[in-house]
Design a protein around this ligand. Structure first.
Ligand SMILES: NC(=O)c1ccc[n+]([C@@H]2O[C@H](COP(=O)([O-])OP(=O)(O)OC[C@H]3O[C@@H](n4cnc5c(N)ncnc54)[C@H](OP(=O)(O)O)[C@@H]3O)[C@@H](O)[C@H]2O)c1
Length: 294
């Protein structure tokens, strides 16, 4: 299959491109930068330089590539801004979907998140609604909703609701933002520190996924039926359980335990992904976190 990857140089995209090529697919990878072009070429992809906010450029890129499928892994979190990320979810996805339709592409796989669900008891499966009740979450949930609605305009569409990424080039890597925050190296007023505000050894439940398993899911999803699928590990867990394991793996101090956590911080279930055949290499953060530093 010829696959057009938007976000081909990001934390997931960088692992996804070689996986696609190893699986026998032809890849066109999109980037804004000269560095990205060189990197994609070295990975064996055909690189294309275009900005997701350039609707005409994107339309031309998709029309000339004429892929069988699009994989959307665009995010804009490098500067730690949820507003930037909301904009790429809304406008970038709109442009990408329009360009894909114009090029006659029938199938799209897109990156979403597994923590935009409404509050509830226990980890959420895909039947839970998105949380439109909390104004404090409007940027996140609104962006996710816009992205998921837009990709559903293509005939075949799989939305991957990923858990929190860890592994190489993520915030949770040994040289990432989380290690800096836990070690007290991140200025409290920085946008990244604010985004990581919920990093507590508390009752808030998080579902994680290693980026390599996230990339594998995007390859697998080329064969999945349309719909939403949580891509999370087997063990949603409260911060009081996972944060000490992470701190140990990152060689930083363990924050003190606290009693806090909102009802939307519930994690997610991967029953559907498992039934579709997705097999994570790291089924739990208990083995995945220590593997980052080995
Ligand atoms: N589920 C999660 O936990 C989750 C999800 C997403 C991100 N994150 C965190 O965010 C951090 C950054 O992630 P990342 O490396 O994926 O993000 P990133 O560095 O912001 O880039 C993501 C990808 O999107 C592309 N991109 C961004 N804006 C674009 C635009 N306007 N036009 C075209 N392409 C654009 C980038 O391409 P070029 O720069 O090559 O143009 C890159 O390939 C990670 O370390 C991760 O921990 C977490």
């Amino acid at each position: 299959m010829h696959v057009f990857v938007a976000g081909a140089t990001g934390a997931v995209g960088g692992l996804l491109v070689p996986l696609l090529i190893d699986s026998g697919h032809q890849v066109t990878g999109m980037t804004r930068t000269e560095t990205g072009l060189g990197r994609l070429r070295a990975q064996g992809a055909t690189p294309i330089q275009v900005d997701a906010f350039d609707a005409d450029g994107l339309r031309n890129a998709l029309a000339s590539a004429a892929p069988d499928a699009v994989i959307h892994q665009l995010t804009a979190l490098a500067a730690g801004s949820s507003a930037d990320n909301g904009q790429i979810r809304r406008e970038g996805t709109r442009n990408l979907v329009d360009a894909a339709k114009n090029a006659g592409v029938k199938r799209i796989i897109a990156q979403s998140v597994a923590w935009a669900y409404e509050p509830g008891a226990g980890p959420a499966d895909e039947t839970a609604q998105l949380d439109h009740t909390d104004p404090a979450r409007a940027t996140l949930v609104g962006g996710v909703h816009a992205l998921e609605e837009a990709v559903a305009e293509l005939q075949e569409h799989v939305v991957l609701r990923y858990g929190t990424f860890y592994g190489p080039r993520t915030w949770y890597s040994p040289d990432g933002l989380v290690a800096d925050k836990l070690a007290g190296r991140l200025p409290a007023e920085s946008p990244a520190a604010k985004l990581l505000g919920g990093l507590r050894a508390d009752d808030a439940v998080t579902s994680f996924v290693h980026v390599a398993d996230a990339a594998r899911a995007a390859v697998d999803a080329l064969d999945w039926p349309s719909g939403v699928v949580n891509i999370v590990d087997d063990e949603p867990a409260p911060g009081r359980d996972w944060l000490p394991v992470l701190a140990d793996a990152l060689a930083v101090p363990v924050p003190p335990a606290e009693a806090s956590g909102a009802r939307w911080q519930r994690g997610a279930r991967n029953t559907r992904a498992r039934s579709l055949g997705w097999q994570p290499r790291y089924p739990t953060w208990r083995t995945g976190f220590p593997a980052m530093s080995s």
